[in-house]
Design a protein around this ligand. Structure first.
Ligand code: KIV
Ligand code: ZN
Length: 523
């Protein structure tokens, strides 16, 4: 493989991850507090420079997440988003103030469309707001980032004027958002170049790029901005984000690493944690990664055609520009069977990035043995699904699926017989349905009456073969709150029932924050 990483000194590019803010804004991707903390911890460990933990004024949940992450994070800067209002900025600061390294990120729309239709403000009024709010943020926090929303559709002269003012008022990072994914690489670079040529004081601040992927150019636009002088990239794991998503962290980081010969830029990301982060964000958000997604897709390192396989056997460099290990993929796929012991199991999990406590390890090992009995070959992806399932089971859930038997086939009605353990007591129910999954869900609805709407039900096979485990994702909505949960099992109906019950438990946890809830009548 050609070594392209040597040679000239590289300029440092900071990675600003907004998975927990812009990523979570994507409809249906909402995460619980514990999930956000888990993701933030991993981002911190893998070397992300700035973690945008949320939008504190948006909801109590966002506020709590930003505060909790701020308190727990040692290394990364923690940012909280605020609109151009004192109330937003004060709330952001309240959530951030205990962070070792807090950053207030405030923004306002600057394009004609945003000024006229969203804000109903003149150019002068927007400038006045920038003066007031950036100065206010700077009085509270030393580290202030300012963004002209829809910058790429803003008149160039006016954009320069707003940026100059934000710098004058104390912003130390200027972020240039391509809010609607409209720009293209050459234009993205030109904007940065013009700002550097025309704005007084710009050399003293960090220029950042924030691209959306509506035309599939977010990665290219971000890298073009860096070539023109931006030194911070805003991005998300798996490119999660509103509409077509944001710039994918794994793509920009690996592009700069693999093509260091023509893009001499360095980050501090430990790329071997990329797959772990991708899996975690996919599981938590319920947004599976497309098979052919660059870097983290299931097929990104798979070689199917005869010519490619032949080349790969002779020299990996013939058809592979990066090594699977560099992004945290372990080489072999078939790892374990029913004769594998606890030590091998623990070691393999550690290689995959999972360090489990004693109880959880024991639980996962018991599940592994049961799986290995049912399934001849246990692959890495099976182990990962199994650990995710054990983590969900380990959560203090009030409702658990204890028993499930279904009758299904060509003769209707399909039916399910289920025992749910609810607050430690077993409850049994038999229900019919339009198919076994519907019947199982009807049992849950009868035992735990609720008004939550099933917004998404999705099944995918973890590995190949008819004995493959199925991972089921379920998204439920209640009073505008959305939760996502997953479960895996070789039996799709069991995985479906468990995923449904996990989601219900998450909704209960949310409801309990407002008032305790009795689950079964008479409780
Ligand atoms: O896309 C955008 O404009 C944003 C800003 C809030 C930075 O996410
Ligand atoms: Zn955005």
């Amino acid at each position: 493989m050609t070594d392209t990483t040597a040679a000239a000194p590289k300029a440092r590019v900071k990675i600003f991850d907004t998975t927990l803010r812009d990523g979570e804004q994507s409809p249906g991707a909402s995460m619980t507090l514990e999930e956000k903390i888990q993701i933030a911890q991993l981002l911190d460990e893998m070397g992300v420079d700035i973690i945008e933990a949320g939008f504190p004024i948006a909801s109590i949940g966002d506020f709590e997440a930003v505060s909790a992450i701020a308190e727990r994070t040692d290394r990364a800067v923690i940012a909280g988003l605020a609109r151009a209002s004192r109330g937003d900025i004060d709330r952001a600061w309240e959530a951030l103030r205990h962070a070792k390294r807090p950053r207030i990120h405030t923004f306002i729309g600057t394009s004609p469309l945003h000024r006229e239709h969203q804000l109903s403000m003149s150019k002068e009024q927007v400038l006045e707001k920038i003066r007031e709010t950036v100065s206010h943020a700077r009085n509270l926090c030393e580290d202030v980032q300012w963004s002209p929303m829809d910058a790429t559709r803003t008149e160039t002269d006016y954009l320069c004027e707003t940026v100059a003012l934000a710098i004058e008022c104390g912003a130390s990072t200027i972020n240039i958002p391509d809010t609607v994914g409209y720009t293209a690489p050459r234009e993205s670079a030109d904007i940065i170049r013009i700002l550097r040529e025309r704005v007084p004081g710009i050399d003293a601040v960090t220029i950042s790029t924030h691209c959306h992927n509506d035309l599939g150019m977010a990665t290219a636009n971000s890298l073009a901005a860096v070539e023109a002088g931006a030194r911070q990239i805003e991005c998300t794991i798996n490119g999660l984000g509103e509409r077509a998503g944001n710039t994918a962290l794994e793509e920009v980081v690996m592009a700069m690493r693999v093509r260091g010969d023509i893009m001499p830029f360095a980050t501090e990301i430990d790329t071997t944690r990329i797959m772990q982060a991708s899996r975690l964000v996919a599981a938590v958000s319920g947004f599976p990664v497309q098979y052919n997604k660059a870097i983290v897709g299931k097929n990104a390192f798979a070689h199917e055609s005869g010519i490619h396989q032949d080349g790969m056997l002779k020299h990996a460099g013939t058809f592979e520009i990066m090594r699977p290990e560099d992004v945290g993929l372990t080489e072999s796929n078939l790892v374990m069977g029913k004769h594998s012991g606890r030590h091998a199991f623990k070691t393999r999990l550690a290689e995959l990035g999972y360090e489990l406590g004693d109880n959880q390890l024991q639980d996962a090992f018991v599940r592994f043995k049961a799986l290995a009995d049912r399934k001849k070959e246990v692959y890495d992806d099976d182990l990962i699904a199994l650990v995710e399932e054990s983590t969900a089971q380990a959560a203090a859930e009030r409702i658990k699926v204890k028993f499930l038997r279904v009758i299904c086939g060509t003769e209707a009605p399909q039916s399910a017989d289920m025992i749910l353990e609810i607050d430690g007591v077993d409850h049994r129910q038999t229900s019919n349905g339009d198919g076994p999954v519907d019947a199982a869900f009807n049992c849950v609805k009868a035992l735990v009456p609720h008004n939550a709407r099933l917004a998404l039900y999705q099944v995918h096979a973890v590995t190949e073969g008819t004995d493959a485990q199925a991972t089921v994702s379920v998204r439920m909505e209640e009073d505008g709150k959305i939760v996502t949960a997953q479960s895996s099992d070789t039996d799709t109906v069991v995985a479906s029932a468990r995923a449904y019950v996990h989601a219900l438990n998450k909704l209960l946890t949310r409801r309990e924050k407002t008032a305790p809830v009795a689950l079964v009548s008479g409780d």
